[in-house]
Design a protein around this ligand. Structure first.
Ligand SMILES: [Zn+2]
Length: 627
């Protein structure tokens, strides 16, 4: 409202003009063709034919991207913009204030404006940190290749889209296909909302896996593309687990809000990693060997379950502040601890219920999450809700001082809070009810095509009280709005487990250390170090912090010997009970200094330990709902 309001204030006449134009667009669609043959060199070429009228037209490039929850529309990557009408070039001008808005003066007698533009895709438009395309694969997010009339509601603008694929590539998308002929694909006209909600992946190596039994509706399909053909070898055990995931969501939510669902899964180390949710699909990237390597398989196992959950929690039910009428209206992220936090909880639980994780893997992941959050020093100044409101500023920040600044903590801490809510419901009702009942009521409703039903915090509290009366408003306020010294571990404790630290490696940390070759000493010395010795973060209050170490410094030697993860581990063991500090020689921007770290506690890795006097509620939570 604020971004467009500025100009609405400047010209009231223009406002009415735009509204008339936006309404008339429902009758006439925008044509969009995207030539993707240059995908391997990361540039997409688009051509639009936009219904026009004489006078000034204002066109906008999508700015606030759903699922990114921030103004991440890749405007810097928009290049090669040309506007013309009836074969004559027209001059365009960018707005003085809004970099996402373009003005074009259209002469009389013209009814179509031709716009050509290129999208440079070296920085992934789905919010990941790398390119959208590579030699053998591409990801097309339509928001990166189009303009639409300023002020229009995205539900009211109709797009008729088509693409040209690189020769021989196959594609997957939830967008309905009107016809395809070789590398030319034409899609059925849809609203701008549906278009941007329906990305397409394509590749030279493609596999389609049906996840529903023949005759079952709605249809669930997994479309896979990969860097190389052997990467696509999904085991029959995995296929069965994803089929189980589909069945489990049916039992959990009781309704589906899509015509058909596509799991768009890219297996690649060459493009940006991300998972982005949509009503009828999810666009997820896993490591190239994620289906083949057991460590990678475990690390990625909850990603698709998380993104699939969003079809209900995030897309169908959406916080009012994120349910905006178009992509120029600012989003308000205050309830992301529900949107992302509950999804994080359900995604991990569904990974276990589907058999993508064992119960032990689930508990090791949860222990890692709980430990990290219990060492977030920043919770003493920044309430969880502020990390959600600040998504615009926090998402792309690095790891340095993250424990003090806090990151996107509404994901993992939301997971802990919703586990606590689930455990309370189960305790209060003696196992008769659970968060499953809330999900069915809140996210279920009637099956049918995609729609958005927005909610406020009061709706969430009311929904929980319908499952079982409790001071939910008070509990949630305390959890999200107050500062604290420790993470909310009540769900783990009510669940019959406790967070402990010992010298046995955590399964997830061990796998990450092996793959990414870093050393995790977060809960002993207070830092993680890259293979080159660079300290990612130093936890405020930890032994390393007290000795004067800070993030960005580089470990050179441990007790006089060249640094490596095994050398530092050996030093930790040797220091136990010795009374001697650990001497760390560190390089800091060309200067060297030795820091004495007073620590004799040995290795500390997080795990969950069973409390046998209490019922294993966590075990009950992980039990599948289907057989
Ligand atoms: Zn998410």
């Amino acid at each position: 409202m604020r971004s467009v309001g500025l100009r609405w204030g400047r010209s009231k006449v223009l406002v009415s003009l735009i509204l008339v134009m936006a309404a008339s667009l429902t009758a006439q669609s925008i044509r969009l063709h995207v030539d993707l043959v240059d995908a391997p060199r990361n540039i997409y070429h688009a051509h639009l034919q936009i219904p026009a009228h004489a006078g000034e037209m204002r066109l906008v490039f999508p700015k606030w991207i759903p699922g990114n929850h921030r103004p991440s529309g890749p405007i810097g990557a928009l290049t090669g913009v040309h506007t013309e009408a009836a074969g004559h070039a027209l001059v365009w001008q960018r707005d003085d204030i809004d970099m996402y808005e373009f003005h074009v003066n259209v002469p009389a007698g013209v009814d179509t404006l031709d716009v050509s533009l290129d999208a440079i895709t070296t920085l992934d438009s789905a919010g990941g940190g790398g390119p959208a395309a590579s030699s053998n694969i591409l990801d097309l997010n339509w928001n990166a290749v189009l303009l639409y009339p300023q002020g229009a509601r995205s539900d009211d603008v109709i797009f008729a889209s088509s693409v040209t694929l690189p020769a021989g590539w196959k594609f997957g998308t939830a967008l309905p296909v009107a016809r395809s002929n070789g590398d030319e694909v034409e899609f059925a006209p849809v609203s701008l909302t549906t278009l941007i909600d329906s990305p397409m992946i394509a590749g030279a190596h493609y596999r389609k896996i049906e996840l529903t039994k023949p005759g079952d509706t709605p249809v669930h399909v997994m479309d896979l593309v990969a860097d190389a053909e052997p990467d696509l070898a999904m085991t029959s055990k995995d296929v069965a687990a994803y089929q189980k995931l589909v069945a489990e969501t049916g039992a959990l939510f009781g309704a589906r809000h899509y015509r058909q669902y596509h799991f768009l899964l890219t297996l690649s180390d060459q493009v940006g990693g991300h998972g982005l949710e949509h009503h009828e699909s999810n666009d997820s990237v896993e490591a190239e060997r994620a289906l083949l390597d057991p460590d990678l398989h475990m690390l990625y196992a909850d990603l698709v379950a998380h993104e699939f959950t969003h079809s209900w929690n995030g897309k169908y039910r959406r916080p009012a502040g994120l349910a905006t009428p178009n992509y120029q209206e600012p989003m308000i992220g205050d309830l992301l601890w529900v949107y992302e936090g509950l999804t994080q909880y359900l995604g991990t639980v569904l990974a276990a219920r589907s058999g993508l994780w064992t119960d032990e893997q689930y508990r090791e992941a949860l222990a890692g999450t709980a430990a990290a959050l219990d060492h977030r020093a920043g919770r003493t100044w920044r309430p969880l809700e502020d990390t959600a409101r600040s998504v615009q500023t926090l998402r792309m920040m690095g790891s340095q001082w993250q424990n003090w600044r806090r990151g996107l903590d509404y994901y993992p801490e939301g997971e802990l809070i919703w586990l606590e809510v689930d455990a309370i419901i189960r305790q209060e009702t003696h196992g008769q009810r659970s968060l499953n009942d809330f999900c069915k009521k809140f996210h279920g409703g009637e099956s049918g095509p995609s729609k958005v039903v927005s909610y406020t915090i009061d709706d969430v509290v009311r929904g929980l009280n319908e499952v079982t009366p409790y001071d939910w408003a008070g509990l949630l306020r305390e959890r999200v709005a107050a500062t604290s010294t420790h993470a909310p571990l009540g769900g783990i404790e009510r669940g019959g487990w406790k967070l402990v630290y010992n010298d046995k490696p955590n399964l997830f940390t061990a796998a990450e250390e092996k793959l990414a070759k870093f050393g995790d000493f977060a809960y002993s010395l207070g830092f993680t170090a890259g293979e080159d010795g660079k300290l990612d973060d130093v936890i405020v209050g930890s032994p390393a912090y007290r000795s004067g170490l800070g993030p960005g410094m580089k470990l050179v030697a441990v007790n006089g010997r060249k640094w490596s993860t095994p050398v530092l581990r050996a030093a930790l063991r040797a220091a136990q009970g010795s009374g001697q500090p650990i001497e760390l020689l560190v390089e800091n921007a060309q200067f060297f200094k030795t820091y004495s770290v007073a620590y004799q506690g040995g290795e500390k890795n997080p795990h969950l330990e069973r409390v046998s006097a209490q019922a294993d509620i966590l075990g009950d939570i992980l039990k599948p709902l289907t057989h």
